[in-house]
Ligand binder design. Sequence first.
Ligand SMILES: [Zn+2]
Length: 239
Amino acid sequence: MKKQLELLWGLQKVDLELKSIKEEKDRYPKEMKKLDEKQKIEKEKIQKEKEKIESLEKTRRQREGQLNLEQEKIKRAEGRMSEVKTNKEYQALLIEIDAIKGANSRMEEEVLQVLEEIDELKKDISKREKEVGMTLEKIEVERKKLQEKMDHDEGAWNEKMERREVLSKQIESKLFKLYHTLKEKRQGVGVVSVKNETCQGCFVNVPPQMFIEVLKNNALIRCPNCNRILYWDGDRSRK
Ligand SMILES: [Zn+2]
């Protein structure tokens, strides 16, 4: 029985390790998703600024196109100067030209403002691109680390599963089944150690006579409270 209990204790440890690896493994997809989202947000930051610049460039092109048309109008009006017959017509033409010129200078002012805004944004964006680039690099590093952890856990998982297989084969099927049933019912723990005469599964005291028996590891003894199999884990704990 002693050997059997030792094997079972070993199996319990492996199972707990597997459980914690599984918990880690289950977290990875979520963490990956978080990184993806972070990356997306960073990229969007730049995208929005670029879109703003594009829209300003469009405005600038439109205004410049309009300005060209207006310049043409002025030229045509000035061409008509030589054809005017009366002073009145001449005055009217001058007023017309002045009006166009006035409108044009306002538009030129506008174009200058847009250009300034574009310059500012471009300066800002190159700064932001550097920042975003750095953040993206950091995200990439995190992603690699996570991938490494995943690979490592995958390796550890396979290793433990093999160990589990080896141990399981050596345990009597009745005991193995009992352990499994208990494990299912008791949060993955079917075998527990005893410390200070207390079951480490439910933390209820074990009767002194029973405790003495547990210390021998010679018989299948179960906690009167939680039903788990009790095991004396030698040197590491105090009586
Ligand atoms: Zn207990």
